[in-house]
Design a protein around this ligand. Structure first.
Ligand code: ADP
Ligand code: MG
Length: 332
């Protein structure tokens, strides 16, 4: 690891209004670093083997000599993340370059995404045009297709903070100024820039395999033990576990298009209730200008029954992405 020179810390989420909705605590520190030999800049994700602060179990009630014991699941988790990432090579997935450990830490050396999080772009731009959203969802779907159909992996943590990108310079025709006007107060809120077209977002890369899982699937030929003895609920669970990524993709698309998430409530129990019932709406006036194709895709993804929810194949063939009208019957 002496090979790398740490430049600065990455991915510290500020606290704008959207952070309230979207952010959940990150477990690791990620740094921008330079490979002293090659000059290449990389990202290094550092995970502590034994966290000093929160994830400790106090054993003192068992015996006064027993102090705090570190949570033991950490090691297995980070090693699983590495094991999964090692086998994945795709243009829309962050590449693991190297893995090392010291006495106290694990280090994942990753391909650096200069643009940072999609999350920050949503905050900057308020919301994205349909073209820009299509540009992003198309690439995200390619990444998920590779995971689900070619690797037998479910990501399980798809959200704007884990979607990174390479920036591209804005073409002047893509930079449009909009005037925000608050109808209620009749106050001019000033000018803001909204991205259209590429919107400064180039290649999109899915990151953070900390919660990902390898699944058994007949189609992907992932060897995961003998099927003959697997209970039906496990087989079903694995069959539909890919659906969690599709649901999350629906939430990401919804949020990109309007700037707020499909499900929100200040009370956790009320929020849980809304999610469980799939209770969301295309609120006016924000959703009025948005195409029926986009809404249909979101409805297919935010479908409570995982058996009826769109798969990644259906997303890739959806008219909103392809620009074509469906030739076969479209799944309801
Ligand atoms: P955690 O499990 O802590 O959420 P992540 O892998 O999501 O860890 O990394 C946390 C944050 O660090 C990301 O949301 C992003 O802002 C930044 N980050 C992670 N990997 C990279 C990378 N390859 N390039 C640029 N930034 C990155
Ligand atoms: Mg993350």
């Amino acid at each position: 690891l002496e090979r790398y020179e740490i430049i600065k810390k990455l991915g510290e989420t500020l606290n704008p209004s959207l952070a309230l909705f979207l952010s959940s605590g990150a477990f690791s520190d990620v740094y921008r670093a330079r490979d002293k030999r090659s000059g290449q800049t990389v990202a290094i994700k550092v995970a502590q083997k034994y966290a000093d602060d929160n994830p400790m179990i106090d054993m003192q009630h068992l015996h006064p000599n027993m102090k705090k014991k570190p949570r033991v699941t950490e090691r297995a988790n980070i090693l699983k993340e590495v094991q999964i990432m090692r086998n994945i090579h795709h243009p829309n997935i962050v590449q693991l370059l190297q893995f090392t450990e010291s006495r106290k830490n694990y280090f994942l050396v990753l391909d650096l995404c200069e643009g940072g999080e999609l999350f920050h772009r949503i905050v900057d731009l308020t919301y994205f045009s349909e073209d820009l959203s299509r540009h992003i969802i198309g690439q995200l779907a390619q990444a998920v297709y590779h995971l689900h159909e070619e690797c037998g992996v479910v990501h399980r943590d798809i959200k704007p903070e884990n979607i990174l990108f390479e920036p591209i310079p804005l073409i002047p025709s893509e930079q449009r100024k909009f005037h925000a006007f608050d109808d209620a107060t009749k106050k001019d809120e000033g000018v803001f820039t909204k991205g259209v077209g590429g919107g400064g977002i180039g290649q999109v890369k899915l990151a953070d395999f900390g919660l990902s899982k390898i699944i058994w699937d007949k189609d992907t030929l992932t060897p995961c033990g003998t099927v003959g003895y697997t209970a039906p609920e496990i087989v079903c669970d694995q069959k539909y576990s890919k659906g969690v990524d599709m649901w999350a993709m629906g939430c990401v698309l919804y949020t990109m298009l309007c700037g707020f998430p499909p499900f929100y409530d200040e009370s956790i129990s009320a929020l849980t209730h809304k999610v469980a019932r799939g209770q969301f709406s295309f609120l006016s006036p924000w959703w009025d200008p948005i195409s029926d194709d986009a809404k249909n895709l979101i409805q297919g993804l935010l479908c409570v029954d995982p058996r009826k929810r769109y798969t990644v194949r259906q997303v890739l063939q959806h008219p909103w992405l392809t620009g074509k009208k469906p030739t076969l019957h479209s799944p309801a």
